[in-house]
Design a binder for this molecule. Structure first.
Ligand SMILES: Cc1cc2nc3c(=O)[nH]c(=O)nc-3n(C[C@H](O)[C@H](O)[C@H](O)COP(=O)(O)O)c2cc1C
Length: 326
């Protein structure tokens, strides 16, 4: 795996954390960075909300130097608001501006944005060209192999993107119609990469060396992007870096290490949001930390009902006591 650089940004490795709304906030991005991620992405934010100076939207783009390089992701269906939002993202200090062309959720589709845009190549070209011309930071996109299974359009979108100066494309190897479930379509991904002249990053179902290597074997696949497989499992970035640089397979995190990541995550959430909101925010990701633990549903229930730092410390003591030796 040759280390990528785009513009004057050099990545530590080509194994990136996927953007995930409601999940990849600053605390989680810092953890992914500590686990060795070469690049982290903010959650997607609405271009229009940014342009209207919505403060809660802006707060989603809070960036810290320790997490650099960081890409900020925006979505929108109009060239003019995307241009203005791109400038705001640049002023905020993001290293890369990423455009979401893959999200199938209703709210985003209603704005004519995300995966919906993939059906309109002319508008994609207009938006991408407008945004690339309006900022100095590199512009990247994240797309799907297609909207419907068997109807792949990623190759055409990549062609449009590289012609207007987009620097890198992440391809989620599931069609938008499948949402985030189902098997990634490696053949569709391979087809999308064939004529690519810019780096193409593979995404979808990467959870270990085997699933990572299946993508990396594909010609023109330059790197990997990991979503759910990285939550509570941040050393996956270091493990894959080691695997691709030396062939060495490092051991998976023990339960003790998972509890240590959990403890750190809650600490970062409290530092960022305060105790009440921080503890509440952890509920969104608790499943990923404890899913392999015996009594996972009981632990999750305790996490979902904790309301004070004392509650959390009691859960933590319980976890170390019962599983800390595994
Ligand atoms: C809860 C959740 C939120 C997501 N939010 C975003 C988002 O804001 N922007 C985006 O481009 N993709 C988003 N995605 C898609 C992920 O970036 C990724 O493409 C998807 O999870 C597949 O990768 P994985 O199989 O490694 O999880 C989201 C996925 C999940 C599960």
């Amino acid at each position: 795996m040759n280390k990528l650089s785009i513009g004057n940004i050099k990545f530590r490795n080509n194994i990136f954390l996927a953007p995930m709304a409601g999940i990849t906030d600053l605390p989680l991005r810092l953890l992914a960075k500590e686990g060795g991620a070469g690049l982290v992405y903010t959650e997607m934010v609405s271009a229009k909300a940014l342009v209207y100076h919505d403060e809660s939207t802006k707060s989603l783009l809070k960036i810290k130097d320790q997490e650099r390089p960081v890409a900020a992701q925006i979505f929108g269906g109009e060239a003019s608001s995307m241009r203005e939002a791109a400038k705001i993202v640049q002023d905020i200090g993001a290293d890369i501006l990423d455009i979401n062309l893959g999200c199938p959720v209703r709210k985003v589709a209603k704005a004519g944005a995300g995966a919906k845009l993939l059906a309109n190549e002319r508008l994609v070209a207009k938006i991408l060209e407008t945004v690339v011309c309006s900022v100095q930071i590199p512009v990247t996109i994240k797309i799907r192999v297609g909207l419907l299974q068997g109807k792949n359009i990623a190759k055409e979108i990549i062609n449009i993107a590289q012609n207007v100066g987009v620097k890198m494309v992440a391809v989620h190897a599931r069609p938008a119609s499948l949402g985030h479930s189902g098997k990634p379509d490696l053949n569709a991904f391979a087809e999308s990469c064939i004529d690519a002249k810019i780096p193409i990053i593979a995404n979808g179902g990467i959870v270990d060396e085997k699933t990572a290597q299946a993508f990396m074997k594909i010609p023109n696949c330059s790197g990997l992007m990991i979503g759910r497989g990285a939550i509570g499992n941040y050393s996956i970035f270091e493990r894959l870096e080691s695997f691709f640089s030396s062939g060495k397979i490092l051991s998976k995190p023990s339960k003790t290490e998972k509890i240590q990541w959990l403890e750190k995550h809650v600490k970062y959430l409290i530092d960022n949001y305060g105790i009440k909101k921080g503890l509440g925010a952890f509920r969104k990701v608790a499943y990923y930390y404890v899913k392999d633990f015996p009594n996972a549903s009981k632990i999750r229930f305790m996490i979902n009902t904790m309301i004070s730092l004392d509650d959390f410390n009691a859960i933590l003591d319980n976890l170390y006591e019962n599983y800390g030796f595994l």
